[in-house]
Write a protein that binds this ligand. Structure first.
Ligand SMILES: *Cc1c(COP(=O)(O)O)cnc(C)c1O
Length: 218
């Protein structure tokens, strides 16, 4: 498996303003090291324990992104070092992140995850819940809401995917008028990142196209 070549290929395909998060969940340290040596600095994980273990093994200039559902009682383990939490899917979670940020006296960068898929089992806020959060945004002094994130339906149906991405991009555009800090739109994975970028994504989260297939179905 040629991690360096995979990375180079993806980077050659995407516009310069699009950030690439290398999703290394379930992959061993050696694979992350190979990606690091090829120049990759942003890594995404979806489990707190795995994220913390890998963070201790890789150099300090890695930017760690939490991309999976985050339990409130685990925020404290990642708060000191996390560069971006993509998966803020409730007001209660946001409150906890703010609390941990206040203890450390630092602002924690977050994206609000919006439910865009047809599947009910995917996490995320509705547009109404998003508005509720924005209404109380001033209460969160130790959180920096940098943008929105979404996970599309697990399908090859391009029309379906496009309508989900377009919906999120539109929501992002609307909110960015009032909230100037909103600059990141995280959408697109291995199978659909080109389409996501065409629809306005500027941060893609790519796992299997870099590291090869995982041994389970997420
Ligand atoms: C696993 C995962 C990805 C990457 O999936 P691939 O299809 O392997 O690129 C992206 N985003 C989230 C939230 C994930 O859990």
């Amino acid at each position: 498996m040629a991690i360096r070549e995979n990375l180079e290929h993806i980077i050659s395909e995407i516009p310069k303003n699009v950030s690439l998060v290398a999703v290394s969940k379930t992959k061993p340290f050696e694979d992350l090291k190979e990606a690091y040596e090829a120049g990759q600095r942003i890594f995404g994980e979806n489990k707190v324990q795995e994220l913390v273990e890998k963070q201790m093994q890789l150099p300090d200039d890695v930017q760690w992104h939490m991309i999976g559902h985050l339990q409130r009682n685990k925020v404290k383990y990642i708060a000191p070092f996390i560069s971006l939490i993509h998966s803020v899917d409730s007001l209660r979670l946001l409150k906890e992140i703010n609390k941990q940020g206040s203890k450390l006296n630092l602002k924690i960068n977050c994206l609000l995850q919006i439910h865009i898929a047809q599947e009910e089992n995917k996490f995320g806020l509705s547009a109404t819940e998003l508005d509720e959060i924005f209404t109380s945004i001033e209460d969160f002094e130790f959180v920096n809401i940098k943008g929105l994130m979404g996970m599309a339906t697990f399908t090859n149906d391009q029309v379906q995917l496009k309508s989900e991405f377009t919906y999120l991009a539109q929501l992002f555009k609307e909110k960015a008028i009032d909230f100037k800090n909103l600059e990141i739109l995280s959408m697109g994975m291995s199978g659909d990142y080109q389409l996501a970028i065409d629809c306005g994504s500027n941060m893609i989260r790519v796992g299997s196209r870099i590291f090869g297939a995982r041994n389970y179905h997420h």
